[in-house]
Write a protein that binds this ligand. Structure first.
Ligand code: HEC
Length: 273
């Protein structure tokens, strides 16, 4: 590996800055100006630094944990023990063994803690923020295993339906100092904050475009970020209390977005600003 994760981040940020700086000079189209990352994604082709996290995740999946067993030999993501291909496309789902609806990240925490991992330590490092997070790496790998698979969340179990309804209610619930809901920022086309386009998540097209490209490598942060991170960061923007990792609220919101993205073909980990 000639160039490290950080190296990529710097290189990419520089490229983005150059692309931005030359906008005026070349009279960039309105569309590109609204989404400079799209332009730059095109330049990158299939190269995404998320592959480093995917590789780490694959290794973790196949490495014996403290108890001597691997996740590959013990973890059921819904399609059977060790089955990874397409599993993410059907998540969140109800798991009989925990009696809960779980998203990918909550499920991986369950699997790792059964192999002896300390949940508090694991979740403490849920978002790497400079250090490597096992949960981010594993998520990147497992999501990649559903690349090209259409989203198909069943909602066949009553608990799944309940989670969907709760997620939808949270999406439209106004609260916090600004009296915002998710929908305040995310239910109209063509809205933006500063230079960032605000995706319209209330339409199937918008939900698909967003859901199928997360988790993503964030150029501005030089890290892979997961859906739980995305939601937690929007909670912060909405001035709500911290969203607890893997909590019923986080899973419910993910369920609402995942179901809204039904049929969208997964292309994650994506590449974002
Ligand atoms: C104050 C406005 C605001 C609120 C309220 C808000 N978000 Fe966001 N959200 C943003 C911004 C800004 C971005 C894009 C950030 C960027 O481009 O880096 C974003 C991005 C997202 C994305 C990723 C979209 C994509 O295509 O990459 C998702 C999913 C999302 N928000 C979900 C939510 C949910 C769910 C809620 C409610 C809990 C919420 N947001 C509340 C501002 C908001």
């Amino acid at each position: 590996m000639a160039i490290g994760n950080r190296g990529w981040a710097l290189w990419l940020s520089a490229l983005l800055a150059i692309a931005g700086g030359s906008l005026a000079a070349i009279g960039w189209s309105q569309d590109s100006a609204q989404d400079p990352v799209a332009e730059y994604r095109a330049m990158m082709g299939d190269d995404n630094p998320a592959v480093f996290a995917e590789d780490r995740g694959k290794e973790l999946w196949n490495t014996a944990q403290a108890g001597g067993k691997t996740l590959a030999a013990t973890c059921d993501l819904g399609l059977g023990v060790g089955k990874t291909r397409g599993a993410y496309a059907a998540l969140p789902r109800y798991f009989k063994d925990t009696g809960k609806v779980q998203d990918l990240e909550a499920r991986v925490v369950t699997c790792l803690s059964r192999l002896g991992a300390d949940t508090a330590t694991l979740v403490g490092k849920r978002f790497g923020d400079g250090s490597e997070s096992e949960l981010e790496s594993l998520t990147a790998y497992l999501v990649e295993q559903s690349r090209g698979v259409p989203m198909a969340v069943a909602l066949s179990h009553p608990q799944e339906r309940k989670a969907y309804d709760l997620g939808k209610a949270i999406f439209y619930y106004r609260a916090g100092t600004h009296d915002f809901s998710c929908a305040t920022c995310h239910s109209q086309a063509g809205k933006r904050i500063r230079l960032q386009m605000l995706p319209d998540l209330a339409t199937p097209e918008g939900a698909r475009a967003a859901y199928t490209t997360w988790p993503a490598y964030r150029i501005s942060q030089g890290e892979v970020r997961t859906m739980e991170w995305r939601l937690a960061d929007c909670f912060r923007q909405q001035r709500l209390p911290e969203l607890e990792y893997g909590s019923p609220a986080a899973v419910a919101l993910t369920m609402f977005l995942a179901k809204s993205a039904d049929g969208g073909v997964l292309a994650a980990p994506g590449l974002k600003r």
